[in-house]
Design a protein around this ligand. Structure first.
Ligand code: PMP
Length: 427
């Protein structure tokens, strides 16, 4: 096979491209937790399409269902018309996910991206409450369109808006200031005191584990208290589960352990199962005051994604998948704890939860160097955090023991190599 010249991307594609700079090769094939480039080099994928490939690449059952559907001339595009795959998805999502968890939510299909489900959630919260402001949290990440950017913390991304981002108040996330300060004492004072300058908002929006903002996992007690505060003040609680949802933290929804019930939930990325675009917004039925078409979009009814999403839900029909994720999470977590103990030079701190973890290093540039080293050794992994200070482990949830061990070994080799060169560490 002739190989694609990298210059094609450099010359023809916009400067905005990013991942192809971090992983400078041309990929051509993928299966499960493996990817291959055009030169035939094999990579272990600890990136999982930034959380869009929780079930790995080209899952056999999803692929078969999709190919059969296409070969049968099933409907591809239909806006939000009623179609067979949409009906099947709605029914199975209700039976396998919502009902067993006692969740009574209506399902909305916004445009098929994470940012679009967030936009729909913000709009609905404002419409229901008649209020304009939203409380967001430091280091939150919610997407690149104006509403989602307004509730995103990262200053570089915010600047990209080119206009003031308004009607949002940012409050400190759990542990943002110090371990001893409960940030919710601070937040609640602002709500209580008429002199604070902060109005009661329509909603609070947050991730239970911040995926882009540094793999910060909020404590269970913190999440429970957020829910209480929202109830006390009649504020809607929006959980953005675009990245942390669909099993990433060990349960289907990331908030299950905390026992909270958000008013609105945003899902995208892995809900389509196969890496196909799909997003859903879930909300309590009483909040469903949308007028028909009030939030619409051409690509809401992505039937191919409904086919694979429905197949993907089979993973959740009993608790074996969840148990497997939780067992493997323990292996990953033990490994990370061992790394920070054995390599004190990296000044590392273990972050995150489940299959959404990483190590934050106080050594400048270290996390990026680890991902570079790992890539040269055949492992794909990205960084997270406002200064790229965290290297982030995001393997597919379906990875087997062998793949996991190989990937973890590459991380250790990469760290060892960096520590030995003494180029970065120990200033
Ligand atoms: N919310 C969260 C928590 C995300 O991690 C992301 C994407 N990284 C988004 C929203 C935006 O999703 P998309 O890129 O599909 O618009």
């Amino acid at each position: 096979m002739s190989q694609t010249d990298m210059n094609v991307f450099e010359q023809l594609e916009s400067e905005v491209r990013s991942y192809c700079r971090s992983f400078p090769t041309v990929f051509t094939k993928a299966k499960g937790y493996k990817m291959w480039d055009e030169a035939g080099k094999e990579y272990i994928d600890f990136f999982s399409g930034a959380g869009a490939l929780n079930y790995g690449h080209n899952d056999e059952n999803m692929k078969k269902a999709l190919v059969d559907y296409i070969m049968d001339d099933g409907i591809t595009h239909s806006l939000d018309m009623a179609t067979t795959p949409k009906g099947k998805f709605l029914q199975k999502f209700h039976d396998v996910i919502l009902k067993p968890r006692n969740l009574d939510y209506k399902v909305m299909f916004p445009g098929p991206t994470g940012t679009n489900t967030v936009e729909s959630a913000l709009k609905l919260a404002r419409k229901v409450t008649g209020r304009t402001d939203i409380i967001s949290f430091t280091n939150g990440f919610h997407g690149m369109t104006i509403g989602s950017l307004s509730v995103t913390g990262n200053s570089f991304k915010r600047k990209g808006a080119g206009i003031p981002l308004t009607n949002v108040v940012t409050m400190p996330y759990d542990n943002f200031v110090s371990e001893s300060l409960d940030t919710l004492d601070y937040l609640e004072r602002f709500l209580e005191d008429g002199g604070s300058g902060v109005e009661i908002p329509a909603a609070m929006i947050l991730e239970t584990v911040q995926g882009e903002g540094g793999i910060n996992a909020a404590r269970t007690e913190w999440l429970q208290r957020v829910e209480k505060i929202c109830k006390r003040w009649g504020i809607l609680l929006i959980i953005d589960d675009v990245q942390a949802g669909v099993g990433r933290t060990g349960t289907f929804f990331s908030f299950e352990d905390a026992g909270i019930t958000p008013d609105i939930v945003c899902l995208s990325k892995s809900i389509g199962g196969f890496g196909l675009p799909l997003a859903i917004t879930l909300f309590r039925p009483e909040l469903d005051i949308w007028a028909p078409g009030e939030h619409n979009g051409t690509f809401r009814g992505n039937n191919h994604a409904f086919v694979t999403a429905t197949e993907a839900l089979s993973y959740w029909e009993d608790d074996s998948f969840e148990k497997d994720i939780q067992e493997k999470s323990a292996t990953i977590s033990d490994f990370l704890v061992k790394l920070v103990t054995e390599y004190p030079e990296i000044k590392g701190e273990v972050k995150g939860k489940g299959f959404m973890v990483g190590i934050a290093s106080d050594v400048e540039g270290f996390a990026s160097k680890v991902t570079e080293e790992a890539f040269s050794r055949g492992l794909i992994m990205e960084t997270s955090g406002p200064n790229d200070e965290v290297f982030k482990l995001f393997p597919p949830l379906t990875i087997d023991d062998e793949g996991l061990e190989k990937g973890l070994a590459i991380i250790e080799e990469s760290i060892k190599a960096l520590v030995e060169t003494k180029e970065l560490v120990m200033q």
